[in-house]
Design a protein around this ligand. Structure first.
Ligand SMILES: [Zn+2]
Length: 209
């Protein structure tokens, strides 16, 4: 027996929210349209899991060129030197720019990997009908959503460095092709989080026996 309180969901009460204008409609038939804006009503985001999975896979694929291609091209002492995210971090450490190295490491590695892992966990738990408390899984979803735009910090760091560092030992610094893949990866994970319908986490509960 489930110990969860018996709360009726809108779906069980025969109600559906319009995804376009958010009006709550009484559902009487399958191809119902919103009484307010005439949009087709879907009780859950259309193909939420498929879209989330597709965007997450796209993000994982973009993660590799983002790390393998140079993200910055330094010119120090007249010779241009391409740098990937990892070798860039190494350079910042060598130059004693520890806070920048830390920001780049967190923004380029920890945050994107954490987001992709979080999304995969959410997809798998919905697919397998996991009984892990939906509250915790919803918190995971909020975290993934919250982290979304923050890894763009890395792109800004490169832009900022390009503006600031021109003064010192590095005579110039430019963005390399890796940064485009990096931006794509961030955008894909944001789309993945956006496609995910967190109500699916709670739908499992109602199928409990
Ligand atoms: Zn509507």
């Amino acid at each position: 027996m489930s110990s969860e309180p018996q709360v009726k969901t809108a779906k069980q009460a025969g109600l559906g929210q319009c995804l376009k204008c958010h009006k709550l409609n009484v559902i009487t038939h399958k191809d119902q349209r919103c009484s307010c804006c005439q949009a087709k009503i879907s009780l859950r985001k259309y193909r939420s899991l498929e879209y989330t999975l597709a965007w997450t896979i796209a993000a994982i694929i973009a993660f590799f060129p983002a790390n393998l291609y140079p993200i910055m091209i330094f010119t120090s002492l007249g010779s241009p030197e391409a740098s990937t995210i990892l070798s860039g971090i190494e350079t910042f450490i060598k130059l004693g720019m520890y806070p920048v190295a830390l920001v780049v490491f967190i923004a380029s590695f920890i945050v994107p990997l954490g987001k992709m892992l979080g999304l995969l966990i959410l997809i798998i738990t919905v697919k397998t009908g996991s009984k892990v408390d939906p509250k915790h899984r919803t918190q995971l979803y909020h975290l993934v959503e919250f982290l979304g735009p923050w890894s763009m910090l890395d792109v800004f760091v490169v832009a900022l460095m390009a503006a600031v560092v021109n003064l010192g030992f590095i005579t110039s610094i430019e963005a390399g092709p890796g940064i485009s893949y990096f931006a794509l990866m961030v955008i894909f994970t944001m789309f993945a989080a956006e496609s995910f319908d967190p109500r699916l986490l709670w739908d499992n509960l109602n199928n409990d026996d």
